[in-house]
Ligand binder design. Structure first.
Ligand code: FAD
Length: 401
């Protein structure tokens, strides 16, 4: 909880000592290992020189990053969510998705997966022997997953998956995709379930792999399933459990997005400060000009607020806030932080002037990269709807109290 075991000199809202220590280790990893490759990645379609991605993954595993959300009884670190957002904030200080260098088994998986699935999928992720991706969105089902049309038809001890999924992040680097499909027959016809499916399965193909605004080695292709056979043992949970697990995934991802946005904003402001102190215009550093100072001050004020909201939501998770209120808190965190980071990136590009428009400039890269944080894992409009519904049902004190 915020305030417990405070780092030296911390306020009640500072990070606890353990979280601060993790943040400092991860900051060193990001600055020494990831940031030096950003420009190379930007100018080479996101790819790194030979051996570097493997080195990043090995170092991330040595740090324990693939086990931070894994319960201790499964050999994980079982870190508090507050510590996890402190780590994610540091990872947000690298561009070009270089911090996505390790697979991450998550706590919800150890509740959703059965024992055999934990052995086959979750634990190998902690050792980087497996890499998963997630296919929920479709051409006509994005903000509203109830429109999902991909079907799973039971056929003896298998299901046949048919349909098309869009924007499947990291499909090109994954061996397994978790697919959300609508049951097409049987007693639970119409309900949603999740299934594991090998990315190389017969009948599964990449329709196309469009270019996106950012320059990542993780692609987001459109993929098609044509009567792809998956065994019943690869269904996650019971028939109809799909949305429950997807919501658990959304809550954690929204918090992590919020934290990464805070990290990005922190790095942007520091970079902007440094430039403003040194760039002379009309014989004076632009830091002397009050219109520049205002952009820096607004950015710091907004980052401070978004960071507190994010940490409070994480602390609420740790103290066991009821899931419905927590769901709204995670939306508050994502909405605040993703919109804040976009405004900060825009201001820092402005402070850099023409240099801010060059792809070799970190602010230019962030401006493109942060835009999607207002879209994926639920758009800003969807986060507002979640918050508004919670307000209308439970009142203001419950949502932000
Ligand atoms: C780079 C990238 C990576 C992604 N990775 C994945 C992935 O790995 N797996 C996956 O499953 N999905 C992934 N997505 C999909 C992402 O989650 C969706 O794009 C997002 O949820 C929005 O859905 P949509 O694009 O279909 O927009 P739509 O649902 O078509 O929405 C269009 C617009 O309408 C607005 N809108 C919709 N409903 C309402 C409403 N009720 N009230 C007000 N406004 C509304 C939206 O906010 C948006 O502005 C990814 C997307 C991107 C861009």
């Amino acid at each position: 909880m915020i305030g417990a075991a405070l780092a030296d000199g911390g306020s009640p809202f500072s990070l606890p000592r353990e979280a601060a220590q993790w943040a400092s280790r991860v900051r060193a990893f990001v600055e020494q290992e990831l940031q030096p490759y950003e420009r190379h990645a930007e100018l080479n379609q996101g790819r790194l020189p030979d051996g570097v991605a493997e080195r990043h993954e090995r170092l991330a595993l040595e740090l324990g990053l693939s086990r931070i959300d894994v319960p201790r009884e499964f050999g994980g670190l079982g870190l508090s969510m507050l510590t996890q957002v402190a780590i994610a904030e540091e990872l947000g200080r690298a561009t070009n998705a270089l911090s996505w260098c390790f697979p991450e088994a998550q706590a919800w998986m150890f509740e959703a997966f059965d024992a055999a699935q934990i052995d086959r999928y979750a634990l190998p992720m902690t050792r980087a022997e497996r890499h998963l991706c997630y296919a929920i969105t479709e051409e006509h089902a994005g903000s509203d997953p109830s429109e999902i049309a991909t079907t799973a038809i039971r056929d003896g001890d298998h299901y046949l998956l048919s349909g098309e999924k869009w924007h499947v992040t990291s499909f090109n680097l994954a061996d397994t995709v978790i697919v959300q499909a609508r049951l097409g027959n049987g007693p639970n016809a119409g309900a949603m379930s999740l299934f594991f499916c090998p990315t190389q399965a017969a009948g599964l193909c990449v329709v196309r792999s469009p270019a996106y605004a950012h320059t990542y080695n993780h692609h987001h292709p459109v993929i098609a399933f044509e009567r792809v056979r998956v065994p019943v043992t690869d269904r996650i949970g019971s028939e109809g459990d799909g949305m429950t697990f997807t919501n658990a995934w959304f809550r954690r991802e929204r918090l992590m997005i919020a934290a990464r946005c805070c990290g990005a904003a922190g790095r942007l402001i520091e970079t902007g400060l440094d430039f403003a102190r040194n760039r002379l215009v009309s014989g004076r550093p632009i830091a002397d000009y009050q219109l520049i100072q205002a952009m820096l001050a607004d950015s710091a004020a907004e980052l401070h607020a978004a960071r507190l909201v994010t940490r409070e939501a994480a602390a609420a998770h740790d103290r066991g806030l009821d899931l419905k209120t927590l769901h709204a808190r995670c939306s508050l965190a994502k909405l605040n932080a993703s919109e804040m980071a976009w405004r900060v990136a825009d201001r820092i590009v402005q402070i850099f002037g023409g240099r801010g428009y060059m792809r070799e400039n970190v602010a230019e890269r962030y401006l493109r990269e942060l835009r999607v944080d207002r879209i994926w894992e639920g758009t800003s409009e969807i986060q507002r709807l979640i918050i508004a519904r919670a307000l209308l049902k439970r009142g203001l004190d419950s949502v932000i109290g």
